[in-house]
Design a protein around this ligand. Structure first.
Ligand SMILES: Nc1ncnc2c1ncn2[C@@H]1O[C@H](COP(=O)(O)OP(=O)(O)OP(=O)(O)O)[C@@H](O)[C@H]1O
Ligand SMILES: [Mg+2]
Length: 314
């Protein structure tokens, strides 16, 4: 999947999307630079807590902050249920189009493992996406809290996420920013893939180019660097294979509890360490091959392998 006719409007290089005080340690410098680009000035913080937006959404609390803005839990006063309001600041002419990107990516996707998008609205110069509230915690938080889980859990989650990738890739949508802060572990111990801000949607003229160190594929990282240096990176990368890499890197972190960034120069591959289940380790290693042509060739192929892996580990 290429991006030939798309314009990249925002650049982010973040590590995390939650409210942890250490959340920006890796991406901090890049984020600051991105925010200093002309037309991208940081706006003063506006809190919408305790307010009723769009005469319908009663904002209860701030549950996350990210590159795009704040994420609130709110009460939908007509449907009587919780929803999430994701704020996008409209700071430059293209930001409205990019704010719509996530809703555009998700509006026609149906999956158990992706939040449903309900609405988009504007209030006080802010644009909000209304989506399903996912009860749970992010993988990032689960790692931080040293939450207990087994290799069987990891194999099941990997399978669920690969099936999600298959669903979106079939619609020519690529996530482009899979990492622990963008995966929720739900209260039923399943997963949910969130944050389609940077998603590549076929036919959409705008997109956000992001790059999360450790999780971005080597080819995505190169593209990002070239763009920052002003090189016209008109050549493209295969974003589907890049998603497979990022998912592998995320599962690597879950399995080893070590960040793929800290452990970038892996002297020993997962398999030879014999510390982990070998079929699971092989799937992760293959997904994280630096050469895209040596990875799984599609999410479908990854899914087939994981079906066997899951059966063997159960
Ligand atoms: N649908 C949801 N249900 C529950 N919590 C959510 C939901 N969407 C987002 N969150 C919470 O808000 C945090 C930030 O959300 P998200 O990653 O979508 O924002 P972001 O602005 O794109 O962040 P970043 O740019 O840092 O990736 C998530 O890590 C999660 O904790
Ligand atoms: Mg995020």
């Amino acid at each position: 999947m290429t991006m030939a006719s798309q314009t990249w409007v925002t650049f982010t290089c973040g590590q995390s999307g939650n409210m942890d005080k250490n959340a920006y340690r890796i991406g901090e410098e890049c984020d600051r630079q991105a925010n200093m680009r002309p037309g991208c000035e940081v706006e003063p913080h506006v809190s919408f807590e305790k307010r009723c937006l769009c005469s319908m959404y009663l904002v209860e609390s701030l549950i996350g902050t990210g590159g795009g803005g704040n994420v609130y839990k709110a009460w939908h006063t007509r449907l009587n249920k919780h929803v999430v309001l994701k704020e996008h600041k409209l700071t430059h002419p293209d930001s409205k189009a990019s704010a719509h990107n996530e809703a555009e990516a998700l509006k026609n996707v149906k999956s158990m493992y992706i939040p449903q998008v309900f609405d988009l609205f504007e209030e006080e110069g802010r644009c909000f996406t209304v989506m399903e509230y996912v009860k749970g915690t992010s993988y990032e938080k689960a790692l931080e809290l040293k939450m207990e889980y087994t290799e069987t859990d990891i194999a099941r989650w990997y399978f669920q996420l690969a099936s999600t990738l298959q669903t979106i890739h079939e619609k020519n949508i690529c996530h482009c920013d899979i990492k622990p802060s963008n995966i929720m572990l739900t209260s039923s111990r399943d997963v949910c893939l969130i944050d389609f801000n940077s998603a590549m949607v076929e036919g959409s003229p705008f997109r956000v180019l992001s790059c999360s160190p450790g999780y971005a594929s080597p080819e995505q990282l190169n593209l990002f660097k070239e763009h920052r240096q002003g090189v016209d990176a008109s050549q493209s990368i295969d974003w589907k294979l890049s998603d497979i890499y990022s998912l592998g890197a995320t599962m690597y972190h879950m399995l080893t509890r070590r960040s793929p960034l800290e452990n970038a120069q892996r002297d020993e591959n997962l398999n030879t360490s014999q510390q982990f289940n070998s079929v699971l380790a092989s799937a992760i290693e293959k997904s994280m091959n630096p050469d895209p042509s040596d990875r799984f060739e599609s999410a479908k192929q990854l899914l087939q392998t994981l079906a066997i892996t899951k059966a063997k580990i159960a």
